[in-house]
Ligand binder design. Structure first.
Ligand code: DGY
Length: 317
């Protein structure tokens, strides 16, 4: 086998990944507690990262032959990009192939939060649902309301497209204005504060970076309408969870619907679990059969291209 690849995964990678890599490479399995893999570091040509294992400069420096880091997923906040760049190591990720699935889950959470889908499901199964009452569990209207998207990248763009089908007014906040989206979708750029104050729904779709970490804190949550729904399909770290907990405990939001948390998973006794105005799902943004397959193909393609010194199919740096 021409190349040695360190596969960094705490769980078993999606089914086609290892067979695809093993067709052309020798796989060394990383392990958090067992250091056997460390003996192989001098021979490692590529790193394949699955499910957000941290990759820092020390690890990179222990691999003199390292040619590429390939990440399964678009978000690479767990990889020290500056360190990789300084060392001239390309980092591959999987943009585009997961935009639709992640936009779908953003909308699923938005609808579920607005219309009490999870709370309603629990109630309908429980002992108290013995007669239909038209005045209970009233939610928030979705159609013709205002959606604020923080992070109008590829995923945010797809969220905005879905909002058109619901006749929503769409505001957005982003590092840069997106003239194309403004022209094509009629979305309107506003400051973050304006977006929070004016939106009935706030969807977080930005990457986690130094700039966005903790972006939604106590002050920002206080700007939101009490009837609003906050959806996080980005990374847990963009929200201050203590501030979110207090906001929800005080009933200052209709609901929060979270695909991601910080830490992830939350400790099993976390106080957010005691609230019924929060929905938490286990990081399912891109979790469909079709998208997982596309992410596998792209990430293994990036790995193999990098090993051969070719341009990656998609690289973040
Ligand atoms: C992503 O693509 O970043 C998803 O969160 C899965 O890692």
């Amino acid at each position: 086998m021409a190349y040695n690849v360190l596969v960094m995964a705490e769980v078993e990678p999606y089914r086609t990944i290892l067979p695809m890599i093993e067709e052309q490479c020798r796989v060394v399995r990383w392990h958090p507690d067992d250091d056997a893999w460390r003996a192989e570091l001098g021979d490692i040509d590529g790193i394949y990262v699955y499910a957000h294992i941290k990759v820092g400069p020390e690890l990179m420096d222990s691999m003199p032959k390292l040619k590429v880091i390939s990440n399964f997923g678009v978000g690479v906040d767990h990889v020290d990009l500056a360190a990789a760049q300084q060392r001239g190591i390309p980092v591959g990720n999987t943009p585009n192939v997961l935009d639709g699935a992640t936009a779908d889950i953003t909308f699923a959470l938005l609808l579920a939060g607005a219309r009490n889908i999870v709370k309603g499901d629990h109630f309908a199964r429980g002992p108290n649902f013995v007669e239909y009452d038209p005045s209970f569990m009233l939610g928030q209207e979705v159609h013709h309301q205002t959606l604020g998207i923080v992070g109008l990248g590829n995923i945010g763009y797809q969220v905005a497209r879905r909002a058109q089908g619901f006749d929503m007014t769409v505001l957005y906040h982003n590092r840069n204005r997106n003239a194309q989206a403004e022209a094509e979708l009629g979305v309107r750029y506003v400051s973050l504060d304006e977006l929070l104050a004016q939106s009935d729904f706030v969807a977080l779709n930005m990457p986690l970076t130094d700039e966005t970490r903790g972006m939604i804190g106590r002050r920002e949550l206080a700007l939101m309408k009490e009837s609003a729904v906050l959806v996080n399909a980005a990374r847990g770290g963009v929200i201050d969870h203590e501030a979110l907990l207090q906001t929800l405990q005080a009933g200052k939001l209709h609901a929060a619907a979270l695909d991601v948390t910080e830490p992830e998973p939350l400790p099993r006794d976390h106080p957010l679990f005691a609230l019924d105005n929060v929905i938490i799902i286990p990081h399912l943004g891109s979790a469909t059969e079709q998208t997982r397959q596309a992410m596998s193909d792209r990430s293994v393609g990036n790995l193999l291209a990098g090993l051969e010194g070719k341009e990656l199919l998609s690289r973040i740096i």
